[in-house]
Design a protein around this ligand. Structure first.
Ligand code: FAE
Length: 550
């Protein structure tokens, strides 16, 4: 373990190398379209702060978490002239392992893969019926599979949050659905200003349609399109934040493969525009943002005379606390993700640390209606031995059946004759977080049986396709004779709902100076993949907060 620790746990603050490595690995291979981002990342290198946050520090703004909400807040506050300290429980992923790569592949998970687990917990649990999970050393890996009673919630851990591990699908909800997504928010403002701003900042773009038609790595998508359209469903390209020029080079054999080398879930070594190359690079470039990884916030409480006292545990790569720090912050932004923020606020309300929080805290949590299934295609419909890990298309049956399904890859390197789908469904099920004083943990009231609603909605697509094609569901991917993965979500949303637990801009009720700015604000469902909406909402809210509160 000492060897591993030496390989770069980032515990001594953000190293200069972080952005150098990031710049070189993703953008340093002559990808002209990425020159702007590469420049931004390089500029950031010079501005990196040297020290982790110190015990006793007194800071104007502390941001808890470095995912989408936190990164937007940090950049915009810094541009407004405010010094920002960001605290992140995961690592700074900047140092290659013995294989020369920072991140490990989905197909060969090692110590870098999972957050403090001794056995992997792959979303695709089985292959041809055989369990595929393996033992791994306990380490502060990049993907957390956090178990609650009725559901496992997958989340990214590290500087960049979910952007490190996600599929990069950057989807804006249909305008007609927006009142379902965020009922208290002005849709005109979002669609005229904040969605375009978020998409531009994130670098969202759609695959070149001509290239798509011939690229071997998207045969699985073309098969998905054929089957969807033959059953009369709307099939659509969806934007992603992967560098399409880079992927073209991967396919052509002129660049080191990442999306085409089964990299996803545990990080992409090249090609994906994570927050470290967009918002966080620009935030660092201001010289006003400092990020401290491997530090976990455990308490926030009002300080006599104003501001807040924040307790932070510094951890090592085994997850053990090696130091406890107390800092003071005038303002605190909760950006620990839907689950992270909800757990903190639920605990702080129950334990009296933040006694004035209202009774909406912990409520309204949803799974974005996630369910997965696979279909067994005929032998004349192979999906390809080479599959890009970045999904680029979806099937839209939201209005008629309450389901939007991304056509997902199975990047195993062998022909599986399978089509895989992650569906997002219009489920109304909402769970609540509660403090369990006996265990000292936060529980979630989700029930496994609730996923049946999502399965029923997803079946409006896949029963019809199977019937038309004369095909069946795969029963060997999520267990033995199990058609649906109904035990997980990649898209946790809610727990501190906008205009309920907070005001309409994320200010927490009862404690001026505390804000929520992440997926916890969104009431359980975005109708599509969520990170563009989280980013756009954060852009909207921080603009108001900067104008009125600072
Ligand atoms: P998030 O990005 O989760 O960031 C929260 C950060 O806070 C994390 O880095 C945590 O480690 C950190 N943190 C938590 N608690 C603490 C604490 N106490 N102290 C310090 N730090 C803390 O939050 N969405 C899409 O739109 N498209 C996709 O293709 C897509 N694919 C996905 C695939 C996978 C495997 C997963 C797991 C998620 C995927 N998502 C996708 C979801 C997306 O990544 C997620 O909605 C956003 O990352 C949530 O953003 P937040 O800012 O809310």
């Amino acid at each position: 373990m000492s060897d591993r620790t030496a390989r770069g746990n980032g515990s001594d603050g953000v190293s200069r190398r972080g952005f150098i490595v990031g710049t070189g690995s993703i953008f340093g291979l002559g990808v002209a379209a990425s020159a702007g981002l590469a420049a931004a990342a390089q500029t950031a290198t010079a501005a990196v702060a040297a020290a982790p946050i110190g015990n006793g520090a007194n800071v104007p703004v502390l941001v808890i978490g470095t995912g989408y909400g936190g990164s937007v807040a940090a950049l915009r506050l810094a541009q407004a002239g405010v010094n920002v300290e960001m605290v992140e429980m995961g690592m700074l992923w900047d140092t290659p392992g013995s294989d020369g790569k920072i991140f490990c592949k989905t197909s060969t998970p090692d110590y870098r893969s999972f957050w403090l687990r001794t056995k992997t917990k792959q979303p695709l649990t089985n292959f041809f019926g055989f369990p595929i999970d393996s033992t791994i050393p306990k380490y502060t890996g990049i993907l957390d599979a956090e178990d609650f009673a009725g559901i496992t919630v997958y989340q990214g851990r590290g500087v960049g949050g979910g952007s490190l591990v996600n599929g990069g699908m950057a989807v804006t909800p249909k305008r007609a659905n927006f009142s379902y997504v965020l009922p208290s928010v002005n849709a005109d403002e979002m669609y005229n200003t904040y969605y375009p701003r978020a998409n531009a900042m994130l670098g969202a773009a759609t695959v070149d349609p001509a290239w798509f038609e011939t690229a071997a790595c998207y045969q699985f998508s073309r098969v998905g399109r054929k089957h969807a359209q033959r059953s009369g469903f709307a099939w659509t390209f969806v934007p992603t934040v992967y560098d399409w020029d880079y992927m073209k080079q991967e396919q052509a054999g002129t660049a080191t493969r990442s999306a085409l080398d089964s990299e996803i879930l545990f990080g992409n070594n090249y090609g994906k525009k994570t927050l470290n190359h967009t918002y966080l690079a620009q935030a660092k470039a201001t010289g006003k943002v400092n990020i401290t990884p491997l530090h976990k916030v455990t308490n926030v409480t009002p300080k006599a005379g104003g501001g807040f006292t924040v307790t932070i545990n510094q951890i090592n790569t085994s997850g053990d606390t090696v130091a406890t720090k107390t800092v003071t912050a005038a303002k605190v932004f909760f950006a620990a993700g839907s689950v992270g923020t909800s757990k903190l606020l639920t605990k702080f309300k129950a334990t009296g640390a933040l006694p004035n929080l209202n009774n909406e805290i912990g409520k309204g949590w949803g799974d974005n209606g996630n369910v997965m299934c696979g279909r067994a295609n005929h032998m004349w419909d192979p999906t390809g031995t080479l599959q890009s890990t970045i999904p680029c298309s979806g099937i839209d049956n939201w209005d008629a059946g309450g389901a939007f399904a991304e056509v997902a890859p199975i990047p195993t390197g062998i022909e599986t004759y399978a089509s895989l789908y992650l569906s997002i469904t219009k489920t109304t099920r909402r769970a609540a977080f509660s403090w369990n004083a006996a265990t000292g943990k936060v529980d979630l009231s989700w029930q496994l049986a609730w996923k049946q609603d999502s399965i029923t909605m997803a079946k409006t697509i896949f029963d019809k396709i199977n019937s038309k094609e004369g095909t069946i569901y795969r029963t060997d991917l999520f267990g033995v004779y199990k058609e649906w993965n109904d035990t997980l979500t990649y898209h946790p949303l809610g727990g501190a709902i906008l205009n309920k637990a907070t005001d309409n801009y994320g200010r927490l009720t009862g404690h001026p100076g505390l804000y929520v700015i992440d997926g916890a604000l969104i009431p359980g469902n975005t109708t599509v993949n969520p990170f563009v909406t989280i980013t756009a909402l954060a852009e909207r809210n921080i603009e108001k907060i900067i104008t009125t509160d600072l």
